[in-house]
Write a protein that binds this ligand. Structure first.
Ligand SMILES: NC(=O)c1ccc[n+]([C@@H]2O[C@H](COP(=O)([O-])OP(=O)(O)OC[C@H]3O[C@@H](n4cnc5c(N)ncnc54)[C@H](OP(=O)(O)O)[C@@H]3O)[C@@H](O)[C@H]2O)c1
Length: 268
């Protein structure tokens, strides 16, 4: 199906790694002109995307300050002489129990995950308002759905992003600017690389599809939400790409028992 994204100009934060790279690759396949923003001065992702034939540029930036984020957006606008799409993807997680939360880690998580989104969208929306068109995609997380141990700041930041996304969608909708969210579940990326084998096994048991997501699976969802052809009447939506994780079924029975129940039903 033709997404009609060909030739559109997109800035994506953290487009050099994991889910961001998965989204960048899916958009490159649709002929989107990309700017990936990362701290790295020459990420391998640039090589991979160019090998696919993508028109892609890099902006090296550390998203921790308002000034750096605003400058990133202005540079992106100058680079392609305008922006049609913005993907807010970059994030970090810091693991601290509630009795040992440090100001440094707390502020770092808030600045990169939530603050950078607010500053970038402010600049992007000022630009898009002039054109009365544009699409914004914010990457959330299923962590906002339930509490867990030792990552309060990360969960608060993702909860905040959800409300920010909805606020932005409402304020920008009258001007033809759509704003949506993808909420990934568990993906094997750098962000989750530190998880122990035991925790990974427990995590997989929580996922009805019983496997981690692959970054490209967020890529297809992003192409859908960013395409005016495919999702023109969708704004303020939160698309779960999580293998069913957010359903959080009670783990009362084993997989073999689920199978036995269903097979015996079919035999009747
Ligand atoms: N993996 C999962 O299971 C999962 C689940 C739910 C949601 N998510 C969300 O998916 C998004 C992507 O995460 P990922 O899993 O793909 O992890 P990842 O591979 O670690 O990607 C994180 C990206 O954020 C960028 N970033 C971090 N701090 C930055 C800073 N100060 N300045 C500029 N860029 C910075 C990184 O760029 P550098 O290379 O410069 O560090 C990297 O490109 C995040 O929003 C995350 O919360 C992930």
């Amino acid at each position: 199906m033709d997404t009609r994204l060909q030739g559109q100009r997109c800035l994506i934060t953290g487009g050099n790694s994991g889910i961001g790279l998965g989204i960048a690759k899916a958009l490159a396949q649709e002929g989107v002109r990309l700017i990936i923003a990362s701290r790295d001065d020459y990420p391998q992702a640039l090589v991979e995307l160019r090998a696919m034939g993508a028109e892609v540029e890099l902006i090296q930036v550390d998203l921790r300050t308002e000034a750096a984020v605003a400058e990133m957006v202005q540079r992106a606008i100058r680079r392609w002489d305008g922006l049609d799409l913005y993907v807010n993807n970059a994030a970090i997680a810091r693991h601290e129990p509630v009795t040992r939360v440090t100001a440094q880690a707390f502020h770092e998580v808030m600045d990169i995950n939530l603050g950078a989104c607010v500053w970038a969208c402010r600049e992007v929306c000022r630009h898009m308002l002039h054109r009365r068109a544009g699409n914004i995609l914010i990457i959330g997380s299923t962590v906002r759905i339930c509490p867990a141990y030792g990552e309060a700041a990360y969960r608060i930041s993702k909860m905040g992003l959800k409300m920010y996304m909805e606020t932005l969608a409402v304020e920008m909708a009258p001007f033809g600017i759509r704003v949506n969210m993808i909420t990934p579940g568990y993906f094997s990326t750098r962000l989750t690389a530190g998880m122990s084998a035991r925790h990974q096994a427990l995590q997989l048991r929580e996922i009805p599809l019983r496997r981690p997501g692959v970054p490209g699976e967020c890529g297809y969802a992003a192409a859908f939400l960013l395409s005016d052809r495919l999702s023109s009447y969708v704004t303020g939506a939160d698309l779960l790409v999580d293998g069913g994780l957010a359903l959080r079924p009670l783990k009362l029975i084993e997989d073999q028992e689920i199978l036995a129940l269903n097979q015996s039903g079919l035999e009747k």
